[in-house]
Design a protein around this ligand. Sequence first.
Ligand SMILES: Nc1ncnc2c1ncn2[C@@H]1O[C@H](COP(=O)(O)OP(=O)(O)OP(=O)(O)O)[C@@H](O)[C@H]1O
Ligand SMILES: N[C@@H](CCO)C(=O)O
Length: 330
Amino acid sequence: MAVYTDVSETDLQLFIADYDIGQLLSYKGIAEGVENSNFQLHTSQGNFILTLYEKRVNPNDLPFFLGLMDHLAGNGLSCPLPIRRRDGETLGVLAGRPAAVISFLEGMWPRKPSVTHCRETGRALAAMHVAGEGFEIVRPNALSVDSWRPLWERSAARADEVEKGLAIEITQALDALEAGWPKGLPEGVIHADMFPDNVFFIGDELSGIIDFYFACNDFLVYDLAICINAWCFEPDGSYNLTKGMALIDGYTDVRSLSAEEVAALPILAQGAALRFLLTRLYDWLTTPEGALVVKKDPREYLRKLRFHRAVDNASEYGLRRAGHIEETAP
Ligand SMILES: Nc1ncnc2c1ncn2[C@@H]1O[C@H](COP(=O)(O)OP(=O)(O)OP(=O)(O)O)[C@@H](O)[C@H]1O
Ligand SMILES: N[C@@H](CCO)C(=O)O
């Protein structure tokens, strides 16, 4: 569930009176999501999403997130558009929390992603990277390699409760990642959480990307590594090479990869797996039993990490067209 903060009808009516979005007809809490409280608003002008930002979101980051959606939508990407109040602001306060109204995207996220969904997602990811060019606010990735050790130290003592031997395995993977993390790859704005539940489709057609609340500046190809993790493994833990090919083909149809980016893909995929393993592990160990939030299994990402640690080169992910690898000067 994700309604941590209740909103009264009177407060909501007062809040939306500052916007040109018509009269409130009805509203309801949205159960999905874990970070923020989301409501669907139905007004005389249509549907909107109201988000109340909860305590894991740093209010100082909100101008980046809202400004980014505005920038991306302005550059033709299909994503929610923050609605401006009559005073020009996109951020307000409701029920004591920072709050924003964003446009409603039609579509559903794919419960069983297909090869076509993977290809369309690859294209949309690259389109987002291109559309993000020129966005002026910078937000370093708070969940990149430098943050993993402190995050790990908060779970290390109890890690073996989840799986015997986990502490040693994570420590070894972390040591290797810190030593070998690449430098100097092309950077830009990345989504950093483009999982199936953040990509909407109408049939096979991608209708939009949501949830930019982990977006930040980092290596562009790291975002592809995150998507390989999130989209290309089957529920039994096996890697689906056909989906990998489709995702990477889709991406490189829109933005080509340099030889350095291709070479870095295996270590970036390991890093992405460790990042989600660590955040899931922390939540797994700290979320109280009986909380309404569904805890995500860290072991899924342990299996993925093991897979990546055995990968030699990007062709094992499905990178196949020679044209994917930009020629570098001799
Ligand atoms: N612009 C939008 N249009 C339509 N539905 C939306 C929109 N934004 C959010 N939703 C709905 O709200 C749900 C939760 O949104 P979101 O993923 O942003 O929440 P969150 O709390 O940040 O969750 P998490 O970070 O766990 O994914 C989505 O699954 C979707 O059903
Ligand atoms: N996508 C993350 C959840 C946070 O958005 C995960 O699956 O662990």
